[in-house]
Write a protein that binds this ligand. Structure first.
Ligand code: NAD
Length: 654
């Protein structure tokens, strides 16, 4: 069932991560043995897997039955039999070097000679763990994110002795789980993702400790002004203030006083009822968007960009890998290298230099690679190059998009994927701009059909990226919608492939398409009214035309969601099908269209779109003009001849 050389996987640890990793490997078709040190712990982990699989099945996200997946999972308490036949062992035991070294020593004795030995550590040295074995070349880091079932990123980390063969096999294994691997080419503390995350957490904590800012100011600014999914203090309250504290202590890094105070007072975050916010007697996380107006966000982002520069300069990772890592691993709105390029690396460097001069703190010392980029004139997007290369006009450049992927096949199928899975493919201004640019620049003669879909398995698109719109003035907002019209007016038929959430602006994009095919678990709605808004991408009018007034008003006024069954019944979508039949159903639609007569379809689309808003008389005139125009085409000759000869027509669009 899998196409790696790995058949049998053993996971050591049935805790948070161990059971999740076991689950994803079993879903991907691997036989997995999950081992923990006590029967009860193994049983708890197994129950957690069962619960999670049942949830996935309920949402129609499993291709097999829960029992079929569970059938591939074995549990064990004894180590030796648990790893004796393993092709890959993934260690997910508690984060202690002494324990991990014991485990790797045992693995050296009991695992087959050709087994890959991986650790899921988030902060310990792979190199040091590997010293407990006689085969450090086979030891690799495989850092999953929590929870593994949902998080798509896995860092594949080279220890000093790890062979390319081992790292590549680990990388392929991660791909076979349908997850995205990135290489971390050196065993640096924090690997890639947590290295960038460090200053996001630290710097606001220093600023609050020095009374230069407040907790609420920092959280509000990072979320509402800069679009991060959570504020730094809010985030740490969730993961536990002690967790980061211990990692920093072990790494010998200076600790912001406020962090220390919280740990000493045993106020560790949500889990103790109190951390930076008060969850027991207070309102919990209670910052307001306006709290962040005066916070110095550049100080925090400049430090993150500086860390990214260090990773690139030290050949730990490429800018692409870093950006993928922070988007998928942390849900950042865009890559940190990309953000540095947008801010301007010269601006970042100036900021670091002035802070360094003022405070004499090492953490502001600009990295050599950052200095080098600026000296070479690679100061970012405006200059045409920074961490990344841009077209000469500063755009992503023809054919290159950051937030969407596309492929144009020889048969004329243009497949477009909205690629912001970490934000449920929310439509930001940039993403809408890219959709507009792609459809405006592609030669429509080469295209016979367009499909739109969302990356990941949670959403087609869950709405507009509110963060991105927050800074708009009302007049800017009037201009945000050309993308929807471009899709609507595109000369070829367009199909929205909808899996998961299709809400707000996402629904408007789907409505701008000609046809909509959805999985049975898709959810539809126009929640704008809940924000005091109305749909602004053509939603009110297209809903009216597609659904009629009664149903359109229900969706727009109530802002509620409807499921795929109701959407199909209402005629909002063409089909709702079980996930297993989704791709085949879409292919049936696509095949008919790409094999159909291009000019006939173009005229049909135009007449149907424009006729809907014309008087019947005018619409019938349009139709007969279209009909007349088609009569003179080669395609009609081909269609009628093929019909007479009882063969399939071959339309050439002439
Ligand atoms: P956890 O405490 O939930 O689970 C660890 C499990 O390992 C426990 O059930 C424990 O009994 C078991 N264990 C102890 N000794 C063992 C041994 N010798 N063999 C097999 N099992 C043993 O911890 P967790 O959150 O799952 O973390 C596990 C590892 O994953 C750590 O290295 C951690 O740094 C890393 N990690 C954690 C997260 C996270 O967010 N929790 C994210 C990424 C990586």
């Amino acid at each position: 069932m899998t196409d790696t050389n790995i058949g049998q996987v053993s996971v050591l640890g049935a805790g948070n991560m161990g059971h999740g990793i076991t689950e994803v490997a079993a879903i991907a078709g691997y036989d997995v043995t999950m081992r923990d040190v006590e029967e009860d712990l193994v049983a708890d982990g197994y129950e957690d897997i069962k619960w999670s699989l049942e949830k996935l099945a309920e949402k129609d996200h499993l291709d097999e039955s829960v029992d079929e997946v569970l059938g591939r999972i074995d549990t064990a308490v004894e180590l030796e039999p648990a790893v004796a036949d393993a092709d890959l062992v993934i260690e997910a035991a508690p984060e202690r070097m002494d324990l991990k070294k014991d485990i790797f020593g045992d693995l050296d004795a009991f695992a087959p000679d050709d087994a890959l030995l991986a650790s899921n550590t988030s902060s310990l040295s792979i190199t040091e763990m590997a010293t407990a074995t006689s085969r450090p070349e086979d030891v690799v880091g495989m850092h999953f994110f929590n929870p593994p079932v949902k998080m798509n990123l896995v860092e594949v980390i080279y220890g000093e002795e790890t062979s390319d063969e081992t790292a590549e096999a680990a990388y392929e294994f991660v791909e076979s789980l349908d997850k995205t691997p990135i290489y971390v080419r050196k065993d640096v503390h924090g690997f890639v993702v947590n290295t960038v995350l460090g200053p996001f957490i630290d710097e606001p904590a220093w600023m609050v400790s020095n009374e230069e800012a407040t907790i609420r100011e920092a959280d509000a600014a990072m979320v509402h002004r800069r679009g991060y999914p959570m504020g730094p203090f809010e985030l740490v309250d969730l993961s536990g203030i002690d967790v980061g504290y211990h990692v920093r202590t072990e790494a010998g890094r200076p600790i912001p006083p406020i962090m220390k105070e919280k740990v000493e007072a045993d106020e560790l975050g949500r889990k103790t009822g109190r951390g930076y916010y008060d969850y027991e007697n207070g309102d919990g996380v209670d910052y307001e968007p306006s709290d962040g107006e005066n916070f110095d966000t550049l100080r925090v982002e400049a430090r993150m960009v500086n860390e990214a520069a260090r990773l690139v300069g030290d050949d730990v990772a490429t800018p692409e890998e870093i950006d993928t890592g922070v988007r998928l691993g942390l849900g950042f709105p865009e890559g940190i290298c990309r953000r540095g390029d947008e801010i301007g690396l010269d601006v970042v460097l100036d900021k670091l230099r002035s802070l360094h001069e003022k405070t004499e703190q090492d953490r502001f010392e600009p990295d050599d690679y950052l200095v080098e980029l600026v000296e070479q004139g690679r100061t970012g997007e405006d200059a045409g190059a920074g961490f990344h290369d841009y077209g000469s006009d500063g755009d992503a450049g023809p054919g290159e998009y950051r937030l969407l992927n596309y492929e144009l096949s020889e048969n004329g199928l243009l497949e477009v994927e909205l690629d912001r899975p970490e934000r449920m493919n929310a439509l930001s201004m940039s993403l809408l701009g890219e959709i507009d640019a792609l459809l405006s620049s592609v030669n429509s003669d080469d295209v016979r059909c367009v499909t739109f879909e969302g990356a990941g398995d949670r959403a087609f698109s869950a709405g507009a990226d509110i963060g991105g719109f927050a800074d708009l003035t009302p007049t800017d907002a009037m201009d945000v919608t050309p993308a929807f019209e471009t899709v609507n007016d595109f000369e070829r038929p367009t199909i929205a492939k909808i899996d998961g959430y299709c809400l707000g602006a996402g629904l408007e994009l789907a409505l701008a398409c000609d046809l909509r095919v959805a999985t049975a678990n898709a959810k539809f709605g126009s929640p704008e009214i809940g924000l005091g808004l109305i749909p602004g991408g053509g939603g009110t009018q297209r809903l009216l035309r597609v659904l009629g007034e009664t149903r359109a008003k229900e969706l727009v006024f109530r802002g509620n969601r409807i499921d795929a069954e109701r959407a199909e019944e209402w005629g909002l979508i063409n089909r709702a099908v079980p996930a297993k039949e989704f791709d085949d159903t879409v292919s049936d639609f696509v095949d008919d269209i790409v094999e159909g007569p291009p000019i006939g379809l173009k005229v049909a689309k135009k007449v149907l779109n424009q006729g809907a808003d014309a008087s019947l008389e005018a619409a019938l005139t349009m139709e007969s003009q279209g009909f007349g125009l088609l009569m003179g085409t080669e395609d009609v000759r081909e269609g009628t001849t093929a019909f007479r000869d009882d063969r399939d027509p071959e339309f050439r669009g002439e």
